[in-house]
Design a protein around this ligand. Sequence first.
Ligand code: CTP
Length: 406
Amino acid sequence: MLKLDGKRILLGVTGGIAAYKAAELVRLLRKSNAQVQVVMTHAATEFITPLTLQTLSGRAVRQDFFDPNDEASIGHIDLARWADLILIAPASADFMARLAHGLANDLLSTLCLATTAPIAVAPAMNQQMWLNPATQANNQQLQARGIKLWGPDAGEQACGEVGPGRMLEPSELLARTAKQFSSQILTGQSVLLTAGPTQEPIDPVRFIGNRSSGKMGFALARALIEAGAKVCLISGPVALTTPAGVTRINVDTAAEMQQKVAEHIDKCHIFIACAAVADYRPQTIATQKIKKNQAEIALTLTRNPDILAEVAARDTPPFTVGFAAETERLTEQAEEKRRLKRVDMIAANLVGAEQGGFEKDENALTVLWEGGSKNLPMARKEKLARSLVATITERYYAEKHPTKDS
Ligand code: CTP
C-alpha cells in the first residue's frame, strides 16, 4: 500500500460528470494516510454532494471564502499555506481557463493563486473541448508555469463520444500523488542560486552586459522546487517569470549580486552559480551621459569579484556548483576551472554557433566532480535542469557535506 503519511492534500473538485470519481479518490488518499481537505466549486456540487466528500475526508468541505456555519474554519491564505499539494480532480475546461488567467473569483482559484505548494490538474471534459485551441493554449500556459498536468486519458466519454478528455482513474491519481512526494529528495534543503547576466554601468544610460537569458538558471530553480528544496534565486536583469515557490531577489551588477549572495549564503546547503557574471566593470561610472565629442575614448575596466570562488573559499562552504562555458577543450578547461575555484562540481558546456548555450532553449552539459563525470545529452533546458538537479543531489548526499544536517 502506498503511504502518504500525514501529507496534506487539498483536493479541488470542479464541475463535471467525473466529479463522482472524487469520492473514490478521497477514499484512496485517506487509506494512504493523507490528510484531505476538499474544496468544491459551486458547479461541482451539482454532480456530487459536499456531504459525501465530507464524510469520506473527515473534514468539512469548503466552497466559500467564509463558512458561516463554522467559526473555526481557517481563512483562505492559511488554507493555501496548509497544503503540501493542490490536486484539482476533475479539472473542467472552465477551471483550467480561470487558472491560466490567474482569476480569483472563487475559493478554489484564489487558493491556487495564494499557494506555494505544487499544483496538479487532472482534466476531465468532452474531447472536442479538450482539443480546442483555447484549452490547449491554457494547458500549455499552465505547464510553462510548472503546474503538473495529470492526464487526460483517451477513451469512451460520458457524452457517448470517444477521444481524449477522460479523467485519469483515482488509483492512477493516487500513484502520481505518491510519486510526487517520493521524488522530493531535497526536502528540507535550502539552495541559493544565481542566474542571468549582470549589467555594469558605464554612464546613466549605458552598460556592459552579455547575452545570458537566464533560462537555464530559472529552469534549475523550477527543478529544485520540484525536488522539494527551498530556493532563493538571485537574478540579474531577465525577462522571465519567477517559478512558483521561488524567492527571487533582483540585482543589476556583479557587486550587488556578491552582496546579496553574502547576505544569504549562511542559510543555504547548496550554492549554484549559474549567472553569467561580468568579469570586469568600468573603473569609474560617468555621472552624466558620455557625449560623442572625441574620435576615440578608452574605458578602463576593473576586475569584478568572483562570487563562486569566494563562496567556495569560505571556512564551511555549502556544496558549490559552478558553470563553465567554453569554446574548445571543454573537459580540460572546465576541470581546471573546478580545481582553481575549488568548487565541488562544474557543469560545462560548449558555446558557439553549432552548440546550445546562451539564448537557446536547448543545451548539453558535461558535469565534473572530484574523481567522476557525467554527460547530460542535448535536451530542452527544463529537462536538462531536472537531470542536473538529480546529479547534484546524488553527489551532495554522497559527499555528506558538513552543512547537510544543520
Ligand atoms: N562566476 C561568478 N562570479 C564571477 C564570474 C563567474 O560567480 N565574477 C561563476 C559563474 O556563475 C559560473 C562560473 O563562475 O558558475 C564561471 O566561471 P568563469 O571563470 O567566469 O567562467 P568563464 O566565464 O567560462 O571564464 P573565462 O571567461 O575565464 O573562460
